[in-house]
Write a protein that binds this ligand. Structure first.
Ligand code: IPE
Ligand code: IPE
Ligand code: MG
Length: 232
């Protein structure tokens, strides 16, 4: 199906991997594995619909509080994803970018992230952004500290601050989708979501398919975005 109003930036809180696994009597990591597989497929579907920026929240600054085994398992899955997918993504015109704090991430994974960004930097069909070790509050604080370190004097404007965000050139998300029934933002795109539209579904992330994507996009197309102004 086609919808006439497509978001420029679609953002995703891929939640429910653990519950998906639990329901099947599987360990949580199997849920994460299924979730990352689904994400790979989703990039293709999102690209097919002409969406220019696709960001996915894969690991928050708070997710370090999970058991060590789960954290390490997730880091390994990220390694596998990068190893397996970068050349495919590049061949399809995809640019892989990472958004978040670079501290705490294991050194070898960090090196792979940098290489993947370098390898795909000239691709222009879709920016696929993995928000890994991302926190909205951390991003705002990091920007403030960078601004101070840069020697900024006087009043700070929105544009001044934005210059120091992790990905200043990426437009704010038009639509944020969260799966698995939780009705909260969990520290995702704190600043950038000021005028985002939200779509929530009870479906666990590994079950979110093409039909669900179109459902979310149809809801988005029917929204009237006013930005505090009057109805057009
Ligand atoms: C989302 O799935 C993925 C990450 C946070 C890494 P969860 O692991 O949060 O799954 P639930 O919410 O426990 O079901
Ligand atoms: C948000 O999910 C983070 C990611 C999807 C990576 P969480 O499962 O960590 O969020 P809470 O704890 O339910 O708010
Ligand atoms: Mg969760």
């Amino acid at each position: 199906m086609t919808v006439d109003k497509i978001p420029t930036h679609l953002a995703l809180i891929m939640d429910g991997n653990g519950r998906w696994a639990k329901r099947r009597g599987l360990p949580r990591l199997m849920g994460h594995r299924a979730g990352l597989r689904r994400l790979e497929e989703m990039v293709r579907m999102v690209k097919k619909r002409g969406i220019r920026y696709f960001s996915a929240y894969v690991f928050s600054t708070e997710n370090w509080n999970r058991p060590q085994m789960e954290v390490e398992g997730l880091m390994s899955l990220f390694r596998h994803y990068i190893r397996r997918k970068v050349s495919d993504l590049k061949a399809e015109g995809g640019r892989l970018r990472f958004c978040g704090r670079r501290d705490r991430i294991p050194g070898d994974l960090l090196a792979m992230m940098r290489e993947a960004e370098e390898e795909t930097k000239d691709q222009t069909t879709i920016d696929f952004i993995l928000c890994l070790n991302y926190g909205g509050r951390a991003e705002i604080l990091d920007a403030i500290n960078a601004l101070i370190a840069d020697g900024h004097r006087g009043e700070v404007t929105e544009a001044d601050l934005r210059r120091f965000f992790y990905l200043p050139d990426v437009p704010d998300p038009d639509l944020i989708v969260r799966t698995s029934g939780e009705l909260r933002i969990s520290n995702f795109w704190m600043w950038e979501s000021a005028y985002s539209e939200f779509y929530f579904t009870d479906i666990h992330w590994p079950d979110f398919d093409e039909r669900e994507l179109d459902r979310a996009l149809e809801h988005y197309a029917a929204r009237d975005r006013r930005y505090g102004g009057l109805k057009s």
